[in-house]
Design a protein around this ligand. Structure first.
Ligand code: CTP
Length: 402
């Protein structure tokens, strides 16, 4: 999969001689699979033709806040919600000052003010302008607000000066975007994931369980952390090493899993139930090992709590995603489950001769929401997890800026 596959990028272009490099940046973003919406300021149009950028991005360039025909398509707030990442390259001194002041004086500043997506700036200006205390103050304040600074580089400038203020090359901007997890679509969110099987103890040495390996849940936790989320992984017993940089809560039974999930649920933005929770547990757990004295044994089982449904019904419910493993009528059954449990999204594993996800490195997932259905196809669990996280991020951000 290309490293920016289906990531939605708003590329802001402001007035400066470096604007000609933005055409190359659009081409490289598209090559990596990104969907690029160019937003230009008035001044940028003096340096590069919108038609060039439209041809390269395959989408009409947006340049006006007050254009009724463009706004009736994707309005400025929709652009702000749509974006996974905003990059402004080149970012002029004037634009940086307006952004720092929280102005919404044109389409680009308005989109930046309204969005919850991360913003990165590639400044480009004369070295005197860059070195001015006011510009440095603006940059420091924006950085403190979480805006990311890419460059500038130092060297010979178009005006003949030498010093800091050259825009980074498109290749350097791309390296930044595609390294360390690329676009951090879940930056600033808290995500709780359940994974693995549960063990329902019969006695101190035996338990009822299932064949879940935990691989899918651990891959989802890894992808969520790479997307910038603070991840809590509540895991039943598995043979896997917990991913680095996450909070790991090992549990055994469904009741322990529920208690661990409920602990942080008030403060959670997204919940993803990947665990294969045992539906029933022994009514009694023997205090000592059950001896094989009897010829036959009757086990009474009682229903476990449905962790996913509890989360979906909690008062401050997070964006709630479930998994379903289905052998027959997969889509219809999953649609039913989505409704019954009150979920935002359900990922369906089709269990048949060509796809048995248990223990496998690969899986085939179909995502179902109230309004749509997307077949993610058959891929490695890590590729599917990345795609799933992207879909969750889009829907979560749409719901939360609505
Ligand atoms: N789940 C849960 N707690 C349970 C049971 C299931 O949180 N006690 C979650 C799983 O993590 C998964 C989804 O619910 O996200 C699966 O739902 P479930 O109704 O158990 O699906 P199936 O096992 O496919 O259901 P059924 O046996 O009814 O087909």
């Amino acid at each position: 999969m290309a490293s920016l596959a289906e990531k939605r990028i708003v590329l802001g272009i402001t007035g400066g001689i470096a604007a000609y490099k933005s055409a190359e940046l659009v081409r490289r973003l598209i090559d990596q699979g990104a969907v690029v919406q160019v937003v230009m300021t008035e001044a940028a149009k003096a340096f590069i033709a919108p038609l060039t950028l439209q041809a390269l991005s395959g989408r009409p360039v947006r340049d006006s806040l007050l254009d009724p025909s463009a706004e009736s398509g994707m309005g400025h707030i929709e652009i702000a919600r749509w974006a996974d990442q905003i990059i402004v390259a080149p970012a002029s001194a004037d634009f940086i000052a307006r952004l720092e002041a929280g102005m919404a004086s044109d389409l680009l500043t308005t989109v930046c003010l309204a969005t919850s997506a991360p913003i990165a700036l590639a400044p480009a200006m004369n070295q005197g302008m860059w070195n001015k205390p006011v510009t440095q103050r603006n940059i420091d304040r924006l950085a403190a607000d979480g805006v990311e600074l890419l460059g500038p580089a130092s060297g010979a400038q178009a005006c003949g000066d030498v010093g800091p203020g050259r825009m980074l090359e498109p290749g350097q901007i791309m390296d930044h975007l595609t390294s360390s997890g690329g676009v951090r679509v879940l930056d600033g969110t808290k995500v709780t994931i359940t994974a693995g099987p549960t063990w329902e103890p019969l006695d101190p040495v035996r338990a009822l369980s299932n064949h879940s390996s935990g691989k899918m849940g651990y891959a989802v936790a890894t992808a969520a952390a790479a997307a910038g989320a603070t991840v809590t992984l509540v895991s039943g017993p598995t043979a896997l090493t917990p991913p680095a940089g996450i909070q790991y809560r090992p549990v055994q039974s469904a009741e322990e899993m529920l208690a661990a999930v409920e602990k942080g649920i008030e403060d959670c933005d997204v919940f993803i139930g990947v665990a294969a929770v045992a539906d029933y547990r022994p009514a009694q757990t023997a205090a000592s090992k059950i001896k094989k004295d009897a010829e036959s044994v009757m086990l009474e089982l009682i229903r476990n709590p449905d962790i996913l449904a509890r989360v979906a019904q909690s008062p401050k419910r997070p964006f709630t995603v479930g998994f379903a493993a289905e052998t027959d009528q997969a889509i219809a059954n999953a649609r039913n489950k989505l409704k019954r449990k009150g979920l935002d999204l359900i990922a369906v594993n089709q269990v048949n001769e060509t796809n048995n996800p248990f223990g496998s490195e690969e899986n085939h997932l179909v995502l179902i929401s109230k309004t749509d259905e997307i077949d993610l196809g058959r891929h490695s669990k890590s590729a599917l997890a990345e795609h799933l996280i992207l879909e969750i991020a889009h829907r979560y951000h749409e719901q939360h800026s609505a």
